[in-house]
Write a protein that binds this ligand. Structure first.
Ligand SMILES: Cc1cc2nc3c(=O)[nH]c(=O)nc-3n(C[C@H](O)[C@H](O)[C@H](O)COP(=O)(O)OP(=O)(O)OC[C@H]3O[C@@H](n4cnc5c(N)ncnc54)[C@H](O)[C@@H]3O)c2cc1C
Length: 549
């Protein structure tokens, strides 16, 4: 163990939750140590779309969004199924918009409203079909980050070459609907959007405040004083050496979820979770550290669910690919191993996760998992899947056949069953509806569909009638888990007796999410993550100030 390092506040993890915690504490005068396990910063946040769902945000309201506290609380509580706890839920709603305003007023951070993107349950009471609760960062010029520009991790599905709102409003076109001239302009100063922009603005703000992340520094064990309060954390460097990072105010866990740890998943997660799209360093370290101190746990069975497929990506090998807009487009359905449809394919990705967890009690089997996306040549050539559009060059991860029956054979599905499913789908589509699963009834389904049809039901309904036919297996995946140490409304971790575990905080996917099993709208994970980072950073800085006094 090398010499200890002295701080007021120690933050673990450099995703959105950790960076916001570090920024708030530093802005309030704390000496902040920010430690990151990976050799690069940004976490899954840097790979993300960078949308942030913050109800009542000032810019949305100023743009005319009709919303209020009771409406949004009613919306979320109506989706809660008893899983949300009032204290943490209300603290998110009451502080999220304050967090955004504070960041803009006190730091270099900038955001803009995203209008027109529906909430994820838009027809649910209190849901906003025209959106307005989501925000994003404007483009951020990485040329302004100096040496740090190359130290931000970059994902394979969203590389940050466009704003998420550009892609969404262009209804998920792979080029984001951005012209080649605009791309060329952005290249000059390496301007990036989406999660790259969010991390860029936050990192800029942190660096401005003198907070330099320490990378290759994995937190392994919390240190406590004689009264049981957390006083620091042991950090392990890549070479195996360790040191203690001491914190007079407290330690903020912002280490992401436990989705990459098979044993933790087996212990806690409620049903199949066989894929994840998060950074590989999210292995539940923060959860285990908090458990060791007797933290109370909450929301452990839940994840931010998303259906995924395995695809080959040049330079990456096999990667886990989220299928969101791609599920919603016409000429594509999803079937289970029995060859039947089983839900509204275009439903929001988090809600969709529930369909994978249905058990047929007689067979004692997860009957819908894994599932199959089935589509025709019309779909492949018009939309493509994971950027593959060429029917003459079908990748190895995609099955193809000249007839539906042959495709069923390749999938290992009963041919007659799949033929009947496709025939029924085509007949219903010809009538302009889906009486089986109401696909296309929700604004959500049509919004994620083919923009050429506007908000008509044809944006998501279309026949499978153009051979060859294709199939790709679909897995139950997640963006990250969302259970962990329970906190109070300022991010302080609670112990198993419900008392505050002094000096320990949690924010982001490491904590028991205030959202229960729900995903309110686009940006539903990052909104609470940043809010709790902001709350925790403040309380820890206050605690340090009190200790000094
Ligand atoms: C393609 C994609 C698109 C997405 N789009 C959106 C979107 O638009 N809006 C939205 O809300 N969500 C989105 N998500 C989900 C979102 O990215 C995550 O839920 C969010 O980033 C979690 O933030 P976090 O700060 O909790 O964790 P992370 O950003 O994952 O950061 C956790 C960090 O902690 C570090 N760490 C782990 N263990 C330790 C340790 N022991 N010591 C030190 N550091 C440690 C990790 O290396 C990591 O850097 C998307 C995800 C993906 C993959």
């Amino acid at each position: 163990m090398t010499d200890p390092q002295e701080y007021d506040v120690v933050v673990l993890g450099t995703g959105a939750a950790g960076l916001v915690a570090a920024i708030r504490a530093a802005r309030e005068g704390a000496r902040v140590g920010l430690f990151e396990k990976s050799e690069q910063v940004g976490g899954t946040t840097a790979w993300s779309g960078g949308m942030v769902w913050v109800p009542l945000n000032a810019k949305g309201l100023a743009a005319g969004v009709d919303d209020d506290r009771e409406t949004v609380l009613g919306y979320l509580r109506g989706l809660s199924h008893g899983m949300m706890l009032d204290e943490t839920l209300e603290a998110f709603i009451d502080n999220g918009h304050r967090m955004l305003e504070w960041l803009e007023q006190e730091t270099a951070f900038r955001y803009q409203p995203v209008l027109g993107f529906p909430d994820y349950h838009p027809e649910h009471p209190g849901g906003l079909p025209d959106g307005g609760r989501s925000v994003e960062c404007p483009l951020f010029a990485y040329a302004d980050l100096g040496d740090w520009a190359d130290r931000v991790t970059r994902g394979y599905q969203i590389d940050g070459t466009f704003l998420m709102s550009e892609s969404s409003m262009a209804r998920n076109r792979p080029d984001g609907g951005v012209s080649p001239e605009e791309y060329a302009r952005r290249a000059v100063r390496d301007e990036r959007g989406a999660g790259q922009a969010l991390i860029g603005w936050l990192l800029r703000a942190a660096l401005d405040l003198g907070v330099e992340p320490v990378t290759g520094a994995r937190a392994v064990r919390l240190v406590t004083g004689t009264d049981g309060a957390v006083t620091g954390v042991t950090i392990e460097r890549l070479d195996g050496s360790t040191f203690e990072a001491r914190a007079t105010g407290g330690v903020v866990l912002a280490t992401g979820g436990f989705e990459h740890d098979e044993d933790l998943k087996r212990s806690f997660i409620r049903g199949p979770l066989t894929r994840t799209v998060s950074v590989p360093t999210n292995t539940g370290d923060g959860l285990v550290m908090a458990m060791r101190l007797g933290a109370s746990l909450g929301n452990m069975r839940e994840a931010w669910w998303v259906p995924t497929i395995d695809v080959e990506k040049a330079g990456w090998g096999t990667v886990v690919w989220q299928v969101n807009g791609e599920r919603s487009r016409p000429h594509c359905i999803m079937v289970n191993g029995d060859g039947g449809r089983f839900t509204d394919e275009a439903a929001n990705y988090n809600a969709f996760g529930n369909a994978f967890h249905v058990v047929d009690v007689a067979r004692f089997a997860y009957v819908n998992h894994p599932a199959w996306m089935v589509f025709d040549t019309h779909y492949l050539t018009r939309y493509g899947l994971a950027h593959h559009k060429d029917p003459g060059n079908v990748p190895a991860w995609m099955l193809s056949a000249d007839t539906v029956a042959e495709l069923a054979g390749a999938m290992g599905v009963h041919a007659g069953a799949l033929e009947a499913t496709v025939a029924r789908w085509n007949s219903n589509v010809a009538d302009g509806h889906d009486p089986d699963f109401q696909r296309g009834v929700s604004v959500n389904d049509r919004f994620w569909g083919d923009a050429a049809f506007g908000m008509d039901v044809a944006a998501t309904l279309g026949p499978l009638d153009t051979p060859p036919y294709y199939a790709v297996q679909v897995h139950s995946g997640c963006l990250g888990t969302k259970g962990g140490p329970r906190t109070d409304g300022v991010g302080r971790v609670l112990d198993v007796d419900g008392d505050v575990l002094a000096g320990l905080y949690a924010a982001g996917n490491v904590m028991a999410s205030p959202m229960g099993m729900t995903y309110g709208g686009h940006g539903g994970t990052l909104g609470p993550a940043m809010t709790y980072g902001w709350l925790a950073g403040h309380d820890a800085a206050e605690r340090a100030r009190a200790a000094r006094a």
